[in-house]
Write a protein that binds this ligand. Sequence first.
Ligand SMILES: *Cc1c(COP(=O)(O)O)cnc(C)c1O
Length: 239
Amino acid sequence: MTDRKAELAANLAQVEERIASACAAAGREREEVTLVVVTKTYPASDVRILHELGVRQVAENRDQDAAPKAAACADLSLRWHFVGQLQTNKVRSVASYADFVQSVDRVKLVNALSAAAGRDGRELGCLIQVALDAESGERGERGGVAPDGVEELAAAVESAPGLRLAGLMTVAPLAGPFAGRQRAAFDRLMEISSRLRGNHPAANMVSAGMSADLEDAVAAGATHVRVGTAVLGVRPGLG
Ligand SMILES: *Cc1c(COP(=O)(O)O)cnc(C)c1O
């Protein structure tokens, strides 16, 4: 085993242990939570190693990095999640490799994704990104729609050809009433998810929690955690 493979295997084992403990503490089955490894800033060679170690779901936040990486790993059975702020001019590229777009936050993006998915004959799973700190009618600093805008977007996704409404995603806010209160933030997301599922029962994915706060997300009821640093190491520079 290479040093890098040994390092990633050890990190994965630790994250797995954290998820399993959090599930046990919350009285949840381990199978209820899916680990999505965020590979942004790390090379395709790491994605390959992760695949060898059993990882099947990966996430990226910039199309410029994700597109060549997904192409380099096209022979692997992986599901790619796009989790970054998405400009409409990148949608065509993202729709060619992504299985899920977790950062859907405006109707214009829904329309662009639908057109691109139709062109490629693919179905894209869409998660609506909720900005828990955004005021009504506004978007969050790191993307996301205010909670009271979720239903309108959900209806738009549901009626858009080529798209499947999969659920909700959030990033715990750094500012506002939820700053430093991840558990409260994720509980709020679960309330919004319950309401959403009332109208859209199949939209049952709840993507919340990262390296620092995955336990809070599992306790609240998240179905997907997005973990980068704890698996791959601290990212150099931005990202
Ligand atoms: C980078 C990123 C993550 C992973 O963050 P870590 O702290 O490295 O685990 C999760 N979600 C989104 C949207 C990200 O951009």
